[in-house]
Design a protein around this ligand. Structure first.
Ligand code: H79
Length: 564
């Protein structure tokens, strides 16, 4: 009797816990998908440093970013804090800023809630050094922006520096910003994160930055965000691989697609994020085109582009930045469909004419060079084409193409330049997209298929403990092979590693471990019942975080027919 009761209880428990587990997974996937769909956001670096604008005591401060002038000009804390007495941004117009972002095709805005100087642009109970208690303005900037975002229907994100040049319990400023976080400072940060997650509505992304937290601290900070709003995406700069999305280095775009959520934060000028009065603001057209190309580049690699402006201390916008966003908006009004909800480049490599994004039934070919004139070809593309047109082109105007040796050639020479020179050609195709891979691995002369590091395609990620340890990782190896009908044995050889890997061939999964000795035969047999191109891949069987390196060296897999 007792046994039956406990069995029943046990059964119920399993069901409950499975239920909870699968729900968490669903939420995570959904939040990732929603975030990936945002594609384009507005970053705003604004704070006390904006009043200084890159000048201190009448002198230009050339080194470093202007939002870090306190550090770069070695300004004593009490001197710097006096900026708060002058912070009265009468020209701050959240309605205009949000409208500008929306018109540029951006789906959310991220404001510097607290930068390294420790000044809070929101009302906090935990320090008086904030925009409500320490300035003549006396209003909560973050709240004003949050309300406006809600009104106009776009998302809000918060930037939060993990270092603090004001808080007495934090380490003093360093020249690297990768400072440890003492206990008192940790508690202060935890309290502020809680306030931010509680008082400003839904937060689409929480943008932690810099510092060198311990793993336990990264877990605590991100844990609060997750427990209070499970749908908030957390930046990788929470460090120790605890983020929900990878943040590339400032203004950096990876050279390959990344198969996990990631973002490029970009400033309008490479030299600064915060307002700099003496900044060179040249070639607006060229800079606009470069930002559009970067946006297309990022989206073609599956990422999200966060473009920054640095308003002045009085809250007004720099006209160069405003115009740049308006220009991007004009381009987006015509070409936005190639960005929003678009997926990454389906081709193995980047193509030389520019970037490719796609939707079901449609490829977008981004011609970044306004003078490009000639033919483009799409390697391995075989689908029948129903129409090719340039976005924003004259109604009914089609782009001509021809097939040569099984390869499509698209004739660009008669296409008019679109707005801002970055033209997008939309190619409509019929059926499921199928691109014939270049390197298909067949049976070799000895009658087996050999998959190794040398003939694999590698998927990259980035991981690390802090700003300075971030490095490229290999997260997946893939091969395209053709197997004939039959039964096959699989043997594996690789250097010793502590992890369990899964080798997927078509829909079959073969887990294995690397003991480091000679080649070992896997127990299970692979049966192939249909001859077709199939993917083979190796991943970590249960990675601790999405971008974990495979730590797999000298892998050789041999697939050999079994003679009955
Ligand atoms: O908010 C922006 C920067 O202020 C912040 N992150 C972006 C989004 C940031 N803080 N620190 N860092 C980025 C990295 C610091 C790099 C440094 Fe340097 C190396 C600081 C001093 C030497 C680069 C070169 C920045 C200033 C000079």
């Amino acid at each position: 009797m007792n046994n039956i009761v406990s069995l029943v209880l046990f059964g119920t428990l399993i069901i409950v816990s499975l239920g909870v587990q699968s729900k968490t997974v669903d939420i995570t996937q959904e939040k990732v998908e929603q975030w990936r769909d945002l594609k384009f956001g507005l970053f705003i670096h604004w704070g006390l440093y904006s009043l200084a604008g890159g000048v201190w005591n009448g002198e230009i401060v050339e080194n470093g970013y202007s939002e870090q002038i306190q550090s770069h000009a070695k300004i004593p804390k009490l001197e710097y804090k006096k900026l708060a007495d002058q912070f009265n941004p009468e020209d701050f117009d959240p309605e205009k800023i949000v409208q500008l972002a929306k018109n540029a095709g951006m789906k959310y805005v991220v404001l510097t809630g607290k930068h390294h100087d420790g000044f809070s642009m929101f009302h906090t109970k935990h320090s008086e050094y904030n925009v409500v208690d320490a300035t003549p303005f006396k209003r909560d900037i973050l709240k004003m922006l949050a309300e406006e975002c809600r009104k106009q229907g776009i998302g809000l994100g918060i930037y939060f520096s993990l270092i603090d040049w004001d808080f007495y319990g934090a380490l003093p400023m360093s020249d690297h910003n990768s400072d440890e976080i003492p206990k008192l400072h940790e508690e202060f940060n935890l309290n502020q994160i809680r306030e931010l997650m509680e008082n400003y509505g839904d937060i689409v992304e929480f943008w932690f930055d810099m510092g060198k937290p311990t793993l336990a601290q990264s877990e605590k900070f991100s844990g609060i965000v997750r427990s209070m709003q499970p749908s908030t995406m957390i930046s990788g700069r929470i460090w120790n691989n605890q983020g929900d999305f990878l943040v590339m280095g400032d203004n950096k775009i990876p050279s390959e697609k990344i198969d996990a959520p990631w973002q490029t934060p970009a400033s309008i000028y490479n030299e600064t994020w915060g307002y700099r009065s003496w900044q060179q603001r040249a070639d607006l057209k060229g800079n606009t085109r470069q930002k559009i190309a970067s946006l297309a580049n990022v989206v073609s690699k599956g990422g999200n582009y966060l473009l920054n402006i640095g308003p002045k201390g009085d809250g007004s916008l720099v006209s160069y930045e405003e115009e740049l966003l308006q220009n991007v908006g004009e381009w987006m009004a015509v070409n936005g469909e190639s960005i929003h909800s678009a997926e990454e480049n389906p081709f193995e490599k980047e193509l030389d004419f520019g970037y490719v994004t796609r939707k079901k039934g449609r490829l977008y070919l981004h011609l970044t060079d306004p003078s490009f004139d000639g033919e483009i070809s799409l390697p391995g593309f075989k689908n029948p084409i129903s129409r090719i047109q340039v976005l924003g082109g004259r109604k009914g105007e089609r782009v001509s193409y021809s097939w040569r040796a099984g390869c499509v050639r698209i004739n660009i020479s008669r296409i008019q330049p679109g707005s801002n020179g970055h033209r997008v050609v939309a190619l409509d195709y019929i059926g499921e997209l199928s691109i014939l891979p270049k390197d298909i691995i067949h049976f070799n002369l000895y009658g087996y298929i050999l998959l190794s590091d040398k003939n694999a395609t590698r998927s990259f990620g980035y991981a690390g403990e802090d700003y300075y340890s971030m490095a490229r990782t290999s997260i997946k190896l893939t091969w395209k092979t053709v197997l004939e009908l039959g039964r096959y044995s699989i043997s594996v050889q690789c250097d010793r590693s502590p992890y369990i890997y899964s080798l997927d061939i078509g829909r079959r999964r073969f887990p294995f471990q690397c003991k480091g000795d000679t080649s070992m035969m896997l127990d299970e047999v692979l049966t192939v019942s249909r001859k077709e191109i199939s993917d083979a891949s190796i991943k970590l069987s249960s990675p601790s975080y999405p971008m974990q390196d495979l730590s797999l060296k000298n892998i050789v897999i041999k697939i050999q027919g079994i003679k009955d």
